[in-house]
Design a protein around this ligand. Structure first.
Ligand SMILES: [Zn+2]
Length: 201
């Protein structure tokens, strides 16, 4: 005698075995797993395309890199990863566009200083190992836009990512730097005064 459970198990197996073999949606290859939609190769292709698409997204990439850096990785590896990332950005591998806050600041800077400060946050200009957000090469001035997310708490990877650290970092290259915090965009008049003061000094 077989139990009810065993009986259903056998019935299910039989059902699965008699089910017609399915083919890969993409290449048409016959599949061994009857519940699969794609073969392993085509599935892999789709997954890597998905990851590549995600990787082009600023936030996704930064979050992934930051979490990798913050956890298991040694200092040497961190440095290596940072260098790879910088190299890729310099080669224009990522299509980085200014975010909303950067666009607002860019408009403000253009109006105040007649396009003296150029947006460089897309990886166009590098000072040492840092890519400044806005730069006035002629007068050697940099304006950095810091968001709370990347520049406070435990997401900071190195001292140069803090307000003081960044100012000191660019100072080594004879650049004067001001940090604009994203939250400061909410009080435009106060921010204008701060920017005017910086521009004069
Ligand atoms: Zn396939």
């Amino acid at each position: 005698m077989i139990s009810k459970k065993q009986y259903f198990h056998i019935m299910n197996l039989a059902k699965l075995k008699t089910k017609p073999k399915t083919k890969c949606k993409d290449c048409g290859k016959e599949l061994s797993r009857r519940d699969a939609k794609r073969c392993r190769i085509c599935y892999g292709k789709i997954q890597s395309q998905r990851l590549l698409k995600l990787w082009k997204d600023n936030n996704f990439r930064n979050t992934r890199i930051a979490s990798m850096l913050n956890h298991f990785v040694s200092e040497t590896t961190k440095e290596k990863l940072r260098n790879i990332c910088i190299k890729m950005r310099k080669e224009g591998k990522f299509n980085i566009k200014p975010n909303k806050s950067e666009i607002i600041l860019q408009i403000l800077l253009n109006k105040l200083f007649n396009k003296k400060y150029k947006y460089a946050g897309d990886g166009k200009i590098w000072i040492g190992k840092k890519n400044p957000d806005f730069i006035n090469k002629k007068e050697k001035k940099i304006i950095e836009l810091f968001g709370k997310y990347w520049h406070t708490g435990n997401r900071i990877n190195c001292y140069a990512d803090t307000q003081k650290g960044r100012i000191q970092y660019f100072k080594k290259f004879n650049y004067k730097t001001i940090i604009v915090w994203e939250k400061e965009l909410k009080n435009i008049n106060k921010l204008i005064r701060k920017l005017l003061r910086f521009n004069q000094c």
